[in-house]
Design a protein around this ligand. Sequence first.
Ligand code: FES
Ligand code: FES
Length: 171
Amino acid sequence: MNPDHNISLTINENDYHLLVEPRWSLLYVLREVLGLTATKIGCGRGECGACTVLINDIPYYACMLLAVGVQNKKITTLEGLMDKQVPGTVQQAFAKEDAYQCGYCTPGQIMAAEGLLRNHPDPDLHKIRVSMSGNLCRCGAYPHIFKAVARAAEQNKTLGRQGRNTHEKIG
Ligand code: FES
Ligand code: FES
C-alpha cells in the first residue's frame, strides 16, 4: 500500500501536513517520517512506555495510536519540552537525581512525569508511583525516578508554575 492519506498533525506547536498509510502508528510517523527520534521504540505493543508522548497533555503510548486518529489534537514529544537548548523542569530534575542508568526508558519516563505534573501539580509519592507505573525501567532506577518527579513538582511550586513545563535553570 502507498501512503495516500492526507493528514495534518500538530506536534510541539508545529503543523505538519503528511501523506500516510492508515495503518501507520503515531510512533512510526514521529520517528520514521518526521525524524523526531526522542520518542523511543521498546516493545511496540503497549507494554513498556518507552514511546510515551502527550496527547492534549495526557500521556499515551505512541505505538498504540494510529497517526490518522490524532489529528486536531495537541501532540507533545520530548523535543517539545526543550526551549532551544534549555531542558524543561522535569528533564533537569531527572539529571539532578541521576534518574537513569542506560537511559533508554528515560524519554518515556520524562513524558509520563510531564503529563502527571501538567494535570496534578502536587502529587504525593503514591500518586507518583501509580502514575509512573506504565513506564518500565529494566535498570530498576525507580527510586531515583520517583525522586526526580517529586523534585520537578517542588521546583514548579518554587517557580510559581502550576502544571506547566518551565525552562528556568534549576540550581
Ligand atoms: S514501545 Fe510503546 S509501549 Fe512499548
Ligand atoms: S534507565 Fe535503563 S531501562 Fe530505565
